[in-house]
Design a protein around this ligand. Sequence first.
Ligand SMILES: [Zn+2]
Length: 436
Amino acid sequence: MLRIAGRAYDRRMKLATLLLLTLLAIAPPPQTGSVFTRAMAARPDVTGAIAYIDDHFDAQVAEWIRLTEMPALSTHEAQRAAYVMAELKKIPGLEVSSDAIGNVTALRRGAGPSTGAGRAGALVMAAHMDTVHPMDADLKVKRLPDGTLHAPGIFDNTASVANALQTLRAMHAANIHTKADIYYVFTVQEELGLKGMYYWMDHHRDLATMVVASDGGLPDVNYGALGIYWSKMTFTAPGAHTLNSRDQPHPARAAAQCITNIYTVQLPPADAPVPAIYNVGMMGGGTVVNAIAPENWFTVDLRTIDPDLLQRLDREIVAECQDAAAAQGVTFAREFIQKSEAGGRPETLAPRLGQPIVRTPIAVLAYLGMTARTAPTGSTDANVGVVRGVPSVSIGRSLGGNQHSLSEWANEASARVGAKQLLLVVLALAELSNPG
Ligand SMILES: [Zn+2]
């Protein structure tokens, strides 16, 4: 048995304990669990903000409908942006600005350092203003007796824009103070590969310590990022009349060969923990029947959450096109239509599940009577945070369906839960401070 002299041992133990305590003080363990509590929800200022949402729900729905009827196809968000900007300027205490790409930002300053949103204390909330619907689409909102609203864009993502505006009004009305700075970013071009959010994050480097995107349906809590590459594959050659086409370089044959070969590229099984998928969705080229077309093209939509798999599959698909082009003696070029990076495999993201960024929305949803549906994926403005290592999450805005189609719909009453959820998640992550 090991024997240690009493007094020396005591001194060494004291030193070791002191050292341990010092280390703990220097490097506190990462915070785990929810930063939302029922006690927080019971604070008079928070109940005041919740009451504001209840008392003004008719106005919230009216604004939601008004916004939905403003066309906002990606890159054509100006009308909505002007409306959002004007509304934000009516709310005292916000620093409102817009940027060159068209994002509208409201900064609500916090009182000081917080632990929830990190040392620098900047919580970024993003809601995209754009839709996928053409500018001349019929956007008139139809209200059915079953409590649903029907119009293109009503669900994705106009509900979030209306919810977000209302939470800012509620915070002001209830005189809420937070420790962290909160940036509300109403983004553009989300549907074009998150371009507005990438732009914002590029112009505010190292600012965000947490990102919350409001997008998707209730009760989703997504903490990963689905990588999406949209490519246009183009094959070109001089072309030739059919009579002179024998053995001539042939873009259509190269494109056809490439499509056939792409579908031999091996994917993980559909039920694999990390699946991947691709699809050739569009084809085109040629203007006459009686000639080799000088140009033929098709598109590829490639998706997976695994960054390495995304790169490997992309390389294999491009290699198939290069081989097919070489075999037909034509020129090949790949152009990215949009590119949104992958956020990581489930095991890489697993620690996030225990952290405030994910536990807080789960706790808030439980408080509001819903069971969160969590997943290590996502296809929202939060992806930009995920791929840059910033704790990020996307939460739902309402119940609804058929998004990106003309038959899009949303459940009216659920937006009340969506707004309250957004308010409580933002307040908890930005931590409340007591102004008095
Ligand atoms: Zn969306």
